[in-house]
Write a protein that binds this ligand. Structure first.
Ligand code: KIV
Length: 272
């Protein structure tokens, strides 16, 4: 399988393209700090996405809108410090790339220079084409994001499936082609019908990474805290919970509290 093999020592955008060609599914999870990133990287996750989902799962907000460049810079730096094999992709927060090409380049450049991320992700279709070209021309790899784009929640008014009717599906399909032409190296497809994701995946030469977009995408992404059952405020249908970590941790912390109350911690062995 050569360069497409999961055995590669460093995942690059080229490795991801080769994985698509070799039909090796790409595994992507979110990471926001050093400790989690180290485990995810050792486990063979191909891409660590420093998502603006940190607004909800780390900061406890209702949306991702309030996430700033400073937040992403800080968390991307922690993740990049841990990642040895995985490609580190940093999300561009709401309003960090929309105001001007100059501002977008300055912010994306800062994510690579200051936090050592290796690529950026930005949400949107036609309106961001020039931005993607501008960044890739400057040597910054860009991952696109279509379908449900959480930064536009106030425009759409809900988190429901996108591309459910023919007109919207055609728009997303056309946007996907245009994003590839503009220079994107991969595309996240969020919460769109399986058939639409399959059609886009077949038509593109760059990899698609699905989240609620069915099994035929070239890769899959989940928010790590969702899939380990640590963030439980709500559970979209596309989340598979591999663990019930919130429960396990709460039980563990209760045991600690009980041990302290009963003077069973520390023991003689744990003392000097
Ligand atoms: O912010 C994020 O974590 C994301 C993924 C859910 C794709 O955009």
């Amino acid at each position: 399988m050569g360069e497409a093999s999961p055995q590669v020592t460093k995942v690059t955008t080229e490795v991801l393209r080769n994985m698509k060609q070799a039909k090796v599914p790409i595994a992507v999870l979110t990471a926001y700090d050093y400790l989690w990133a180290r485990i995810l990287d050792s486990a063979g996750v191909d891409v660590l996405l420093v998502g603006d989902s940190l607004g909800t799962v780390v900061q406890g907000r209702d949306t991702t809108i309030s996430v700033t460049m400073e937040h992403i810079l800080y968390h991307a730096e922690l993740v990049a410090r841990a990642a040895k094999r995985a490609l580190v992709v940093a999300d561009m927060p709401f309003m960090s790339f929309q105001t001007s090409l100059h501002e977008a380049l300055r912010n994306a450049g800062q994510l690579l220079k200051q936090s050592n991320a290796e690529a950026v992700k930005l949400e949107g279709g036609r309106p961001v084409l020039d931005t993607i070209t501008h960044l890739t021309d400057a040597g910054i790899p860009v991952m696109g994001h279509l379908g449900l784009t959480p930064q536009s929640i106030h425009k759409f008014g809900s988190y429901k499936v996108r591309g459910g009717n023919e007109e919207e599906a055609d728009q997303i399909f056309d946007d996907a082609m245009a994003l590839q032409d503009a220079g994107a190296f991969a595309l996240v497809l969020e919460k769109i019908p399986v058939e639409l994701a399959a059609r886009i995946t077949a038509a593109l030469s760059i990899p698609t990474i699905g989240i609620g977009a069915g099994p035929q995408c070239d890769g899959q992404v989940l928010v790590t805290q969702d899939m380990v059952g640590l963030f439980t405020r709500f559970k979209p249908r596309f989340v598979r919970r591999y663990l019930a970590l919130e429960q396990t941790l709460e039980e563990t912390f209760r045991r600690f509290v009980a041990d302290v109350r009963q003077r069973e911690f520390p023991s003689e062995d744990e003392s000097y």
